[in-house]
Each structure stands twice: as structure tokens, then as C-alpha cells.
Ligand binder design. Structure first.
Ligand code: TYM
Length: 332
């Protein structure tokens, strides 16, 4: 029997999880469970590249796990765990750091952005972050990695490191492919549509938290920045605000873009915003309800996390055994 292809992806437990995360990545995580062998990770080790309060981070990691379950990650079919519970991530990170050139890391857009935003804390982890991400993916020999477009550059580094290591030591890792949605790969800020929607935005009106109540969703979308044109059209280059609302609608309603544009022909921005908000509320309400049930039972969440870490570790340990041998760390 042909074995299924493997998926790996991760999400940081820092700040509110937004509809950007949902549309760009999480909804694909759920869908891909049908045909693939999936491994999903709450990447708490990545989160400490910016300052974190320990007890808040610990709580958020488990809350994020609950949110992934509420969105539809099924721990009976997929492996779901917290990164720091599997020490092999840190082990492979070090080996790969020694195969990465500083120049490759200094060019990363996210490093440049984050160092500008956290000028008082430009730590080495912020620079080497994409190496840890490559380690996450290569450790599980993942074929496909569902992410939003902002992670594409990091994925390219993972691919380069894969090829570089395999060339030096023989076939060890699998070359991962990005899986980026056609619509919704970069959901934009509702307040500054030239920027991406981000969970670390200081203005909560700029993003919709997956757990926002219906009235907050309605209010934020009604305030979304658009433009002064009068016709609704999908022109992402020149009319980013309206295009963003149309993309959100298209994904939430599972309708092709052409059908969405047609649906709003001859209507105004007020009607567009009302319909987008209703579509978002319809998808998020059941997720919020499930989350509220799941998050209350910390013991059950810990059990799921432990079980997931054990399964992940069984795979990670095998890869690490090979890597350590290849680089000369064991005496066999
Ligand atoms: P993170 O936690 O910032 O985001 C999680 C996922 O959400 C996607 N995303 C978006 N998609 C569309 N529009 C947006 N506005 C938007 N904002 C975020 C991200 O592309 C991502 O897929 N480095 C990663 C986490 C990570 C990872 C990995 C991912 C660590 N190791 C290995 C894949 C494989 C990150 O910070 O994602």
C-alpha cells in the first residue's frame, strides 16, 4: 500500500489568533487531514524570540492547542503537540545552524521587520528563527507545508538546507513544498490594508480574532478602510481594502472570486461589509463555542498534548538518530 504524503505546519502561541491565520493556514490544515498524514505544532520555542511572560506563554500554548482542536484538528487522525515537548527540534536546529550562512538569514524580510519593531531586543534567536523552522519541517520529512505567503521565504530556506544537507551527507531529508492558498494567502489589516493582518498589531480594530464575539466582528468590518470608488471590483494591487473584504467573503462562503464580484454588482460598500461580517460570524461562531468548552478542561488538553508529543517524538527521534550518525556524533 502506498503510504500517505506527510504534512507539517506550525503556529505561534503569541497573541490573538486571527482570521488571517485561519484563512491563510488553519482551514487548509483541517481540510488536508482527509488525504494526508498530518503533524501540527504549537511553536512555543519560536515565540520566545520576542519577550514573553512565562506563565502567559504556558497558558497561551495550551489555549492555542484548544483553538486548533476547535477549528477541527482531529487528534485521532493527526499529531497535535507543543514544540518544546519534543527536544529533537532544538537538536536539529543546532546542526542546521552550522549549515546556514549568516547572509541568508540577514536577508529575511521577517527578520528585518521584527528587528525594526523590537529594536531593544534584536537577539540571535530572531536571526536564526528560520533555521528552527526548517528543523521543524525536515525533522518529520514533510512533503507539504500549508502556510500563508509570509512564510514562503522561510520555506525556501528549508528547501535550500534540505538540499545542502543531502548533498553533503547523502539522502536524509525530504524536499518540502509550500502549500499556499490561491485566495487568502495574505489577508490584510482592516485599518491599513497595505499591511498584512497580524496578531501582534497594537490596534485590535485592524484584525479579527477567531474568538471575537459577533458584535465585535460586525463593528470591526464596518470600520474597515476601503476607498472612494463607488463600484465593487477585485483589484488587489490598487484597491487593497475592498479586495481584502472580497477575499474574506470568498473563502468564508467557499465561492469563487468571480461569483463574489457578481454577487455585489450594483451594491454599495455598506452592503458588502454587512455580508462579509455575516459570513465571518457564521464560520467563527461554532468555533468559538467549541473553544469555550474545550479550553475549560486543562487536564484533557494536557493529555492530548502529551499524547501528541509522544507520537511526534517517535518520528523525530528516528530522523535525529540518522542525522547524528551522519555528522559524526555517535561511535557506531
Ligand atoms: P504564524 O504563527 O505567524 O502564523 C501561522 C500561520 O498563519 C499564516 N498567516 C497568514 N495567512 C494569511 N494572511 C495573514 N495575514 C496571515 N498571518 C499569518 C502564516 O503564514 C502561518 O502559516 N514561522 C511560522 C510558524 C512556524 C511554522 C513552522 C510554519 C514555525 N515552524 C514550520 C510552518 C512550518 C509563524 O510564525 O507563523
Amino acid at each position: 500500500m502506498e503510504s500517505k504524503k506527510r504534512i507539517f505546519s506550525g503556529i505561534q502561541p503569541s497573541g490573538d489568533i486571527t482570521i488571517g491565520n485561519y484563512i491563510g493556514a488553519l482551514r487548509n490544515w483541517i481540510e488536508l487531514q482527509d488525504g494526508y498524514d498530518c503533524i501540527y505544532c504549537v511553536v512555543d520555542m519560536h515565540a520566545i524570540t520576542v519577550k514573553q511572560d512565562a506563565s502567559v506563554l504556558r497558558k497561551r500554548s495550551l489555549d492555542t492547542l484548544a483553538l486548533l482542536l476547535a477549528c477541527g484538528v482531529d487528534p485521532d487522525r493527526s499529531i497535535l503537540y507543543i514544540q518544546s515537548h519534543v527536544p529533537e527540534h532544538a537538536m536539529l536546529n543546532w546542526v542546521l545552524c552550522c549549515k546556514t550562512y549568516i547572509g541568508e538569514l540577514q536577508r529575511m524580510t521577517q527578520f528585518k521587520d521584527k528587528s525594526a519593531r523590537h529594536e531593544d531586543n534584536i537577539n540571535a534567536g530572531l536571526l536564526t528563527y528560520p533555521v528552527l523552522m526548517a528543523a521543524d519541517i525536515l525533522l518529520y520529512r514533510a512533503d507539504l507545508v500549508p502556510v500563508g505567503i509570509d512564510q514562503k521565504q522561510h520555506l525556501e530556506l528549508a528547501r535550500d538546507l534540505c538540499v545542502r544537507f543531502n548533498n553533503a551527507y547523502g539522502d536524509t531529508f525530504v524536499l518540502p513544498e509550500p502549500y499556499i492558498p490561491k485566495t487568502g494567502a495574505r489577508i490584510r489589516s482592516l485599518q491599513e490594508p497595505e499591511k498584512k493582518m497580524s496578531k501582534s498589531d497594537s490596534n485590535p480594530n485592524a484584525y479579527i480574532n477567531i474568538l471575537d464575539e459577533p458584535d465585535a466582528i460586525m463593528r470591526k468590518i464596518k470600520r474597515a478602510v476601503t476607498d472612494c470608488e463607488s463600484v465593487i471590483a477585485y483589484e488587489p494591487e490598487t484597491r487593497a481594502g475592498v479586495a481584502n473584504l472580497l477575499e474574506i467573503y470568498s473563502v468564508m462562503k467557499n465561492l469563487p472570486m468571480e461569483a463574489c464580484v457578481k454577487r455585489f454588482e450594483n451594491l454599495g460598500y455598506g452592503e458588502l461589509k454587512q455580508a462579509v461580517a455575516e459570513a465571518v460570524i457564521e464560520v467563527l461562531s461554532p468555533i468559538r463555542q467549541r473553544y469555550n468548552e474545550l479550553v475549560a478542561d486543562r487536564k484533557a488538553l494536557l493529555r492530548i498534548a502529551e499524547d501528541g508529543a509522544e507520537k511526534a517524538r517517535a518520528i523525530a527521534r528516528k530522523t535525529m538518530g540518522k542525522v547524528y550518525h551522519k555528522v559524526g556524533f555517535d561511535s557506531k
